[in-house]
Ligand binder design. Structure first.
Ligand code: KG4
Ligand code: ZN
Length: 334
């Protein structure tokens, strides 16, 4: 429940982390079934916490792309039912666009100043990694400047953690362990595509860790911290350098981070340090706005509604983003 100024009245998140931890990653079929079970109670709780009744809402927003179609279908059908029953407009939202605008949410805690348009945003999560220039909160005013050619950054964190026997999701664990390691004790080459390019790649560094594990056998505890430190340094410096280079190339003043990987302390520090050294303002939203959440979908939907747009009952789930892609080759995650 969000108003069109971005004030969050309630934001209920049903996490599937414990479900997927058993398998070391997301199992699509299980994710969809769990959404089916959770969607009704989550909607009721969101209304209750906000103290709002269905007749009082302005519309129903739902993310319909990009993502696993089975999971998206559950949300789209639930939103259609709700909008139909309440006699309210239905509005589909591109999940990536919602991430890019999540920095505008006002939660009353941990909020950062709203960025000024145009700004550059790095979106790095378990499912997506790309850099965008955002000129206005509209799909046709958002340009992808670069993206991963292969794995998403969070996916690399998760796979490396799995190789090191650290469990799922790997990002928070690596973040916690890395500071006690010495990155210079492990040779990993930087995840570069070519210098000057805003394209990124994270599957090579994951393969390097896999080869190291195959070569050295079970990694001793102290060595695990060194590997985490070297991996995290390589990935976060690649991300920080790319997003700062993008802002300088575009001549914008504000840099925004979003997605679950934006929780990473080394990424936040490196981007802040590098950005501020170049006179940029680096804005990192509170964690609840970085990781997947319904408030950002509601806000992006509210903006579409107030611009006079909405969808009809033919709204469908799509696996691909509606945002224009800069690179069609390589098919990386966004
Ligand atoms: O945005 P998100 O909650 O969900 C989607 O994937 O859309 O992002 C989850 C990803 C996972 O890959 C997780 O390992 C990573 O974000 N992550 C982190 C940290 N916290 C979460 N990666 C690095 N450092 C963290 N502190
Ligand atoms: Zn997401």
């Amino acid at each position: 429940m969000v108003d069109d100024s971005g004030r969050v009245a309630s934001d209920v998140v049903h996490s599937q982390v414990s479900l997927h931890a058993t398998y070391g990653g997301v199992v699509p079929e299980l994710a969809s079934r769990d959404h089916l079970r959770a969607v009704g109670p989550v909607i009721r709780e969101a209304l209750a916490r906000a103290g709002v009744a269905l007749p009082d809402i302005g519309g129903v927003a739902v993310t319909n792309r990009p993502g696993l179609v089975g999971a998206l279908l559950v949300g789209v059908q639930a939103a259609k039912g709700l909008a139909w029953a309440a006699g309210k407009p239905l509005v589909g939202v591109d999940h990536l666009m919602a991430h890019l605008l999540a920095v505008f949410l006002r939660r009353g805690e941990g909020d950062v100043p709203p960025p000024r348009f145009p700004f550059v945003c790095l979106l790095a999560s378990g499912g997506h990694t790309a850099i965008y220039r955002v000129d206005a909160p509209r799909a046709d005013a958002i340009v992808e400047l670069g993206a991963t050619r292969d794995d998403a950054a969070g996916e690399a964190f998760d796979k490396v953690a799995k190789l090191l026997g650290l469990g799922y999701p790997g990002g928070p664990t690596i973040d916690r362990i890395a500071p006690s390691g010495d990155p210079s004790r492990v040779k990993l080459s930087a995840p570069m595509v070519s210098s000057g390019s805003l394209q990124m790649s994270f599957s090579g560094i994951k393969t390097q860790v896999a080869q190291l594990v195959a070569r050295e056998g079970p990694i001793a505890e102290g060595r695990v911290a060194d590997v985490c430190a070297a991996f995290q340094a390589a990935v976060t410096s690649s991300l920080a350098r790319r997003v700062v280079a993008a802002a300088l190339r575009e001549g914008v003043a504000d840099v925004v981070l979003g997605g679950g990987v934006a929780a990473n302390r080394e990424l936040r520090r490196r981007t802040r340090d590098l950005g501020e050294a170049h006179g940029l303002r680096v804005l990192v939203p509170p964690l609840a706005s970085c990781t997947d959440n319904a408030a950002m979908i509601a806000y992006a939907g509210a903006l579409r509604l107030s611009a006079g747009a909405h969808d009809d009952w033919s709204l469908v789930a799509e696996s691909r983003t509606s945002l224009e892609r800069a690179t069609r080759k390589g098919g990386g995650k966004r």
